[in-house]
Design a protein around this ligand. Structure first.
Ligand code: HEM
Length: 494
């Protein structure tokens, strides 16, 4: 509104940042948290030729993203990402009818009402992971990545993953990383360059974008077409593509094929893995990466906190017994395992920041939030807010368990680590089920131990995380040692 124009912008360290035209920090969420102590919950910056805002507390985020959800239903756009074709991805698309249709489809397919469709695949694939870890208890990172990619590939297209495809996926991840590096492409700061022909000097970005776009297309189309054909020949596995296409062909579905294509494309592209993403002030929702960040963080924190691990195992032993794996049906009877899961999410949220862009000027706490600015919601700061989580740097699952000394348990961090409002993660039910399955089953079969050095001394890792919008543990060492007893043997034979 016009009156809003007279309001001041929120305070922030503007000039200093402008000098270099890059974001000069390692873990932006930590710095942003520091700034919030100085400037309050809203910090304003001007970088890469655009307005940027940092929001650090759940209350302000909820006011903006839930009470004014339509205003903040859009992601900031970056020209290079658009040229690369990422704007067809549900996570990047504008909040249009098409996006909403694809989102609704994802929410339906990944939601609790569809659990019967994904549950048996989840059980089968997780059993395979546990068996593979028993055979080769090293290189958990690779095995977890393989497991997640394989699951999502079979889930969407009914095809298993191959080494080559995983590799191409990784290359694409690197391309996403390059396309989304803020400040790297002049076209992001000067969008008018998009209109210049590709043959002009300095326009190499257009060629690169075209190549990346072609690769993305090919990567997503090949398995989609295979799944499509398998319907005609009545062969192949049942999967998301075949289920939805069959429903569409009855003429009674509320979804259509374009919605299906962008939905599958979005979650599948999302399986690519690249660990070293730099700060992306827009969102790369690399879905398997988020889940793998949580699972690796679980292994890291269990390696360090043996007491927590012992307590979680004792609960499984008592409630499930030593002879079978925990299933989704046991989840409600394992409060401590659930508390471990919450604390893993809180200790280092997989998505450190969520970004949105207001479609109109907004007023927050008496300050002006300019239309089209990139607003970054700092989930890490929310998870480490000392007013909400006492001793927020301590890993302590007990904080979620009510007891005489803890009559009001801490808030479940997953209320915000999956985002807010109109763009909240549509995969959260599946992700929660998957994370629970993997961690409870690993706990029941293995002891997660630190590695030992040549003199036999245990090397306890220190938690350290990559700096990206998806923050995952830096490589660390741990050992998975099969627990004594029949379960491991039984699984190996099964
Ligand atoms: C532990 C695992 C996961 C975490 C922590 C996570 C977290 C998030 C967050 C924070 C967002 C942004 C929400 C917002 O802007 O408010 C998001 C978006 C999204 N997530 Fe997840 N996610 C996870 C797993 C998954 C899985 C397994 C899938 C699908 C198979 C998925 C699909 C998506 C999609 C498609 C979006 C974009 C939604 C939109 O822009 O409308 N996520 N996720």
């Amino acid at each position: 509104s016009r009156s809003n124009k007279r309001l001041p912008l929120p305070p922030g360290p503007t000039r200093w940042l402008l000098k270099k035209n890059e974001l000069p920090w390692k873990q932006p969420w930590r710095l942003s948290t520091e700034w919030s102590k100085k400037f309050g919950p809203l910090t304003y910056l001007h970088v890469y030729g655009r307005d940027m805002l940092l929001v650090n507390d759940v209350q302000t985020a909820t006011e903006m993203l839930e009470q004014k959800s339509l205003l903040y239903s859009r992601r900031p756009t970056w020209s290079m990402a658009t040229l690369t074709g990422l704007h067809h991805n549900v996570a990047f698309m504008d909040y249009t009818e098409r996006q909403q249709k694809s989102r609704a489809l994802l929410q339906h397919i990944l939601g609790p009402e569809s659990q019967p469709q994904w549950r048996s695949l989840l059980e089968k694939e997780t059993a395979k992971l546990i068996k593979s870890l028993l055979i080769r208890p090293t290189d958990c990172r690779h095995q977890i990545r393989w497991y997640l990619s394989s699951f999502i590939s079979r889930f969407t297209y009914g095809t298993s993953i191959t080494d080559t495809r995983l590799k191409v996926g990784e290359e694409l991840g690197a391309q996403i990383h390059v396309a989304l590096c803020p400040g790297r492409w002049a076209v992001d700061t000067f969008p008018f360059l998009i209109h210049f022909p590709a043959w002009l000097p300095g326009m190499g970005f257009k060629r690169r974008a075209r190549e990346a776009r072609e690769k993305f297309r090919h990567f997503a189309e090949t398995p989609y077409n295979l799944a499509h054909k398998s319907i005609q020949s009545n062969s192949g596995e049942r999967c998301m593509v075949t289920d939805v296409l069959r429903e569409i062909s009855t003429g009674k579905s509320r979804f259509d094929e374009p919605a299906l294509i962008s939905a599958t494309n979005s979650i599948h592209i999302a399986t690519v893995d690249t660990v070293r993403l730099c700060l992306l002030p827009l969102c790369a929702f690399l879905t398997a990466l988020q889940t793998s960040a949580i699972l690796l963080n679980f292994l890291l924190l269990m390696t360090i906190h043996q007491d927590v691990q012992a307590k979680a195992y004792a609960e499984i032993l008592e409630m499930v017994g030593p002879c079978r794996l925990p299933t989704l049906d046991d989840q409600a009877s394992l409060p401590y395992v659930n508390a471990v899961m919450k604390e893993v999410h809180r200790y280092n949220p997989a998505a450190s920041m969520v970004t949105r862009s207001p479609v109109e000027d907004d007023t927050v706490h008496g300050y002006r939030v300019p239309r089209n600015s990139a607003v970054m919601f700092n989930l890490w700061a929310m998870a480490h807010d000392a007013n909400v989580y006492t001793e927020s740097d301590v890993f302590r699952p007990e904080r979620y368990i009510p007891s005489p000394s803890n009559p009001i348990p801490d808030k479940d961090p997953r209320d915000f680590t999956f985002g807010f409002g109109k763009r909240i993660c549509p995969g959260l039910n599946l992700a929660n089920a998957q994370v629970y399955m993997v961690i409870s089953q690993i706990l029941s079969v293995f002891e997660i131990k630190p590695s030992v050095d040549l003199s036999g001394r245990e090397e306890i890792p220190t938690p350290s995380y990559t700096c990206g919008i998806i923050s995952t543990p830096e490589p660390f060492k741990c050992r998975l040692v099969a627990r004594k007893g029949g379960l491991a043997q039984q699984l190996m034979l099964g």
